[in-house]
Design a protein around this ligand. Structure first.
Ligand code: GP9
Ligand code: MN
Length: 627
């Protein structure tokens, strides 16, 4: 027993350079969090994570004799310092940290090449000052260490100890992060938040792992015939040019508003005699309303809704398409409109790195991205800038745009958990028995955003933009979590629970299109979804994109939607994956699946084609092929 203790003691004692290494890495990583201004989001677990990553590298150092060790020290220190420096410089420009996927977007760096030089500051050299300090120290301690050089077994003991520490610390840190934000390491929706919680090195290890498994270790590449087949399938699907309304609104502005968590049931609903969304209800009377518009988002939440609506492909089967496939080539609404001389802009008053938007909006072809940085954060409501202030400032910006333009707006205030942190909307409406519950908080948040929408419409009218623009409003995804379904049952049906059928058929969002001449209006009851927006708008604006999964809602009544959790529906039937049941929508009764195999086939084909398109970046493949 005593010898083991002694062995450990000696093993740890004679490695002063390793401790210096740990201290240096620790200081550098903490200073990075200070520079990134994310220290306030950190917890004790971030210190544990940062120590964990320092221990991990330290453990490898222990394996070598001093002379080799000191070289390894320099190499690892240099790599870590360069990673930190890249993040610091990248953050100065893009307000985010780097990720391996950016390798595919080298062009992006090219674009800012001139400013890259300007982005380096003299004090960045401080990240390398330790190289001199260590060189001086090295001279002093070299002889002593070489004299008492540890034997291989002892060095191995130190290695084992450090590696155990490394794994324990890192595990604790990562576990704490996943507990606070489940799934964040798959979707990477807020890279800076991850850095703040587990340290930069751990983040980059996860990021690299995800990149390698996705790109380098892909089981096989798609063969040529399969790629051609997939592209042909899309081309054929989109080749039947619509007859009705084609190009009828060419030249009109397009304003698309994606509303945070606007579930379908809020529209035209009253609670204790009071309308929840009076402004949208009023607008609905003169708009084309889709009553059965499903959201099709998956892990990527808001970003998936943006993607579905602008690209008309399904989101990633795991993780988020905005993070994993930001380097792909896309055919998108913004790009197509740009081809017709439109100015394209996207506005969302959150940090630009959130959901990897800075990179993805470039891939989607937006000319301009107005993030939190470009708004005056003069009023907070919910998750950030209040929708009211956001809308007012957005109209101001639009007034300055060259016409015609496409403006894509994403709201923020009605974000889960709908808490009225600023205590501003507590009395906005009486939610009766739902007071104090998520459902009650949600209804107030929706009411708040609806009031802001009222202001938005007024401002658009005042500016003259209203009469010259198609304006679309739709919700991004669910608002009420599954564990709150009893309360939802109370609100919707005055009962205590929802069946799976009721739950699934309520996973819809608000959706309406307002036309400047109000010639197209009414209620469409066909089954539709977010992948149908792009094809519908493409037709109205006379565009002919060829790689969309959805349908043109004005020229095809054959409704069909599918979601990533395996549900799908047409106008008559809905498949409930959780119960493996096909149900007739009208009666709510189960029907014989074997008689509707065509629906199952369709689901499979759609999923398969969409997956291939994204996972193999087929448009890029096609472009390469054509070169
Ligand atoms: C963040 C906002 C919310 O900018 O869009 O994203 P969500 O959490 O709803 O996916
Ligand atoms: Mn959202």
């Amino acid at each position: 027993m005593d010898t083991i203790k002694n062995r450990i003691k000696i093993s740890l004692k004679l490695l002063p350079d390793v401790y210096i290494f740990i201290a240096i890495v620790f200081i550098k990583l903490i200073s990075l969090n200070i520079v990134l201004k994310v220290l306030n989001q950190s917890t004790i677990y971030s210190i544990i994570g940062i120590l964990g990553s320092a221990f991990l590298f330290a453990s490898f150092l222990c394996l070598f004799k001093f002379r080799v060790r000191i070289i390894a020290f320099y190499i690892i220190d240099l790599i870590i310092s360069l990673v930190i420096l890249t993040d610091v410089v990248y953050n100065r420009y893009f307000l985010d940290v780097t990720s391996a996927a950016l390798i595919k977007q080298a062009g992006l760096v090219g674009e800012v090449k001139d400013s890259v030089n300007a982005l380096f500051k003299p004090w960045d050299l401080l990240y390398f000052i330790d190289f001199i300090v260590v060189a001086v120290l090295y001279k002093k301690i070299k002889d002593k260490i070489v004299e008492d050089e540890l034997k291989l077994a002892r060095r191995f003991t130190s290695f084992a100890l450090f590696i155990i520490f490394a794994f324990t610390f890192n595990y604790q840190s990562v576990k704490a992060l996943e507990k606070r934000q489940p799934g964040i390491l798959k979707t990477m929706y807020d890279k800076k938040y991850i850095v703040s919680n587990i340290g930069s090195i751990n983040f980059h290890i996860f990021d690299l792992y995800s990149y390698i498994t996705r790109n380098v270790l892909k089981i096989k590449d798609i063969d040529e015939i399969e790629a051609e087949n997939t592209l042909n399938w899309f081309e054929e699907k989109n080749s039947n040019r619509a007859l009705k309304y084609f190009g009828q609104y060419k030249g009109k502005n397009l304003i698309v508003v994606q509303l945070e968590a606007f579930q379908g049931f809020v529209l035209n609903r009253k609670l204790n005699g009071v309308e929840i969304t009076p402004n949208l209800n009023k607008l609905a009377k003169n708009s084309l309303v889709f009553e059965n518009y499903y959201y099709q988002t998956a892990w990527g939440g808001t970003s998936d809704a943006e993607f579905l609506s602008n690209v008309s492909l399904l989101p990633a089967r795991e993780g988020s398409v905005y993070y994993q496939y930001a380097g792909n080539l896309y055919d998108s609404l913004a790009k197509e409109l740009k081809g017709q001389g439109y100015f394209t802009s996207v506005m969302h008053a959150n940090r630009p790195g959130f959901w990897n938007r800075t990179n993805m909006y470039k891939a989607l072809g937006f000319d301009d991205y107005e993030s939190e940085q470009n708004f005056n954060i003069d009023e907070i409501q919910g998750m950030g800038l209040s929708d009211k202030s956001f809308f007012i400032q957005a109209v101001e910006k639009m007034k300055g745009f060259n016409n015609p333009f496409y403006s894509f707006l994403i709201t923020l205030s009605s974000h889960f958990p709908y808490k009225d942190y600023q205590n501003k909307i507590a009395d906005i409406m009486d939610v009766g028995e739902f007071e104090g519950d998520t459902v009650g908080d949600y209804l107030k948040a929706v009411k708040y955003t609806d009031v802001a929408i009222g202001t938005f419409i007024e401002e658009l009218k005042k500016s003259g933009l209203w009469d010259n623009s198609i304006v679309v409003f739709y919700g991004d995804h669910a608002a009420i979590p599954y564990e709150k379904k009893n309360k939802l049952a109370k609100l919707l049906y005055g009962k205590n629970d929802l069946s799976t059928f009721e739950w699934v058929t309520n996973q819809k969002v608000v959706m309406m299109i307002h036309f400047p001449d109000e010639k197209i209006k009414g209620v469409d009851k066909s089954t539709a979804g977010q992948m149908d927006l792009y094809p519908t708008l493409a037709n109205l604006y006379g565009l002919e994109p060829k790689y969309m999964l959805g349908r043109d809602l004005l020229n095809n009544n054959e409704g069909f939607i599918l979601t990533r959790d395996g549900n799908f529906a047409d106008n008559n039937y809905v498949y409930l994956k959780a119960e493996d049941k096909l149900v007739e929508i009208k009666s709510g009764k189960e029907v014989d699946k074997s008689k509707h195999q065509d629906l199952f086939e369709r689901y499979k084909t759609y999923t398969d084609k969409s997956n291939k398109m994204i996972e193999y970046d087929l448009l890029n493949y096609k472009t390469d092929d054509e070169k």
